[in-house]
Design a protein around this ligand. Structure first.
Ligand code: ATP
Ligand code: MG
Length: 370
């Protein structure tokens, strides 16, 4: 090769290097065995090491084995099909900081048209993800007012009961009638009330904690816990609640974020409850909130319906938009959050439809085959 040509090539390589390094996205290039051939400085910064230390090594040297194994399968697939692939991952950096990325992978062909490797461009989406988390937590606080009212409501009865028991005990003492057995009964009876109150409170505290990992949980139990929190209020409002559960023999497990899903259900039930309270002022009817849980091939499905009149057709398409509300005191965040939680965080689908006088919300969550 002539000296001039050599210089030209060097210049071009330098230029590519500068170009790659000036991009805000981490980028790498791997050969067909998965060994890094090239990367830019954003990528080496992400791994907290130098480029020289990356080239020639593979993902196994830097990432957790579970992540690498999953991506080996993705890589093999795109090298076979030549289709590009998009995926979302997160990294815990050496400092402990967590960052989220979109990965976009494309196959590279050599001059003969054979697969030579894979180029991956990463986009940092940490800000978007943390903003979303923040909004979800925010909306929990919005729900909190309603929950505190529920707790106050639920505590009323056991408190009345407790004070009656305590006063009776004082009376028995004044009459010199307290023996060992009575003492025992008193402790048992009061503890029942206290346990109940403490349970409602710990349900509430659990609800406020963000769920950080996806796990399998029993949907029937989750629904039961929601009604332990708001059941009394629904009862005093004379709203009937029915739960139809299709899997008679087997429990239905949902794979996802338990507290967040409870928040979604609570929100939908509260919306129905608010509408029922409003309609009850105008006409006499038998309010009913129906919850149906069943499965098909691919999804767990939860349907929540109320019979307090349909949603006007002009607004039905806007319900899941942020800040859409028809209430003077509403934030319009409830259903928007529900959509974020179900669709973005749990890869499911949420929808609403009218059925004559009923409004039906359905939530579909993919069944986790593992
Ligand atoms: N079951 C329902 N029947 C009829 N309309 C409903 C029902 N659920 C929700 N909507 C409509 O959707 C709108 C948006 O609901 P969303 O929960 O997002 O906010 P909101 O309830 O108005 O406010 P917030 O949740 O802060 O109280 C409501 O204002 C209401 O008009
Ligand atoms: Mg609402």
């Amino acid at each position: 090769m002539g000296k001039k040509l050599h210089n030209e090539l060097d210049k071009q390589l330098d230029f590519e290097e500068i170009l790659l390094d000036s991009l805000p996205n981490p980028i790498y290039y791997k050969d067909i065995n998965g060994d890094f051939i090239r990367c830019n400085s954003r990528f080496s910064k992400l791994l907290d090491t130098s480029k020289e230390n990356i080239i020639g090594k593979s993902a196994y040297d830097f990432f957790p084995i579970s992540v690498v194994t999953r991506h080996k399968i993705i890589d093999a697939n795109i090298m076979k099909t030549l289709k590009s692939n998009k995926d979302e991952v997160h990294f815990v950096k050496k400092s402990g900081e967590v960052r989220y990325y979109n990965l976009s992978k494309t196959v590279c062909l050599n001059q003969e048209g054979n697969v030579a490797g894979i180029i991956c461009i990463m986009t940092d989406i940490t800000q978007r993800i943390t903003e979303k988390e923040f909004l979800i937590q925010q909306s929990k606080f919005a729900e909190m007012g309603e929950m505190i009212a529920s707790i106050a409501h639920q505590w009323n009865e056991p408190l009345v009961e407790l004070s009656a028991q305590v006063q009776r005990f004082e009376l028995l003492h004044a009459m010199n009638k307290i023996n060992e057995n009575m003492m025992h009964d008193f402790v048992n009876d009061t503890m029942v009330q206290i346990k109940y109150m403490s349970n409602t409170l710990s349900d509430f505290r659990n609800f406020l904690k963000p769920s950080t990992v996806k796990k399998s949980f029993e949907i029937k139990k989750a629904i039961k816990e929601i009604f332990e929190i708001i059941g009394k209020q629904i009862f005093y409002l004379n709203i009937n609640v029915s739960l139809e559960y299709k899997n008679v023999n087997e429990e239905i497990y949902i794979y996802g974020y338990e507290n967040e899903l409870k928040q979604v259900l609570l929100n939908i039930i509260n919306n129905a409850k608010n509408k029922i309270i409003k309609i009850e002022k105008e006409k006499v009817f038998n309010p009913l909130i129906k919850i149906k849980v069943y499965q098909n091939e691919r999804f767990n499905i939860i349907e929540i319906s109320d019979n307090a009149g349909p949603i006007p057709e002009e607004i039905i398409g806007q319900l899941f938009e942020p800040f859409f509300t028809t209430k003077s005191e509403g934030t319009g965040l409830g259903l928007y959050m529900a959509k974020l939680i179900v669709e973005d965080k749990m890869s499911g689908k949420i929808s609403v439809k009218n059925d004559v006088d009923n409004v039906i919300f359905s939530i579909k969550i993919p069944i986790n085959k593992e």
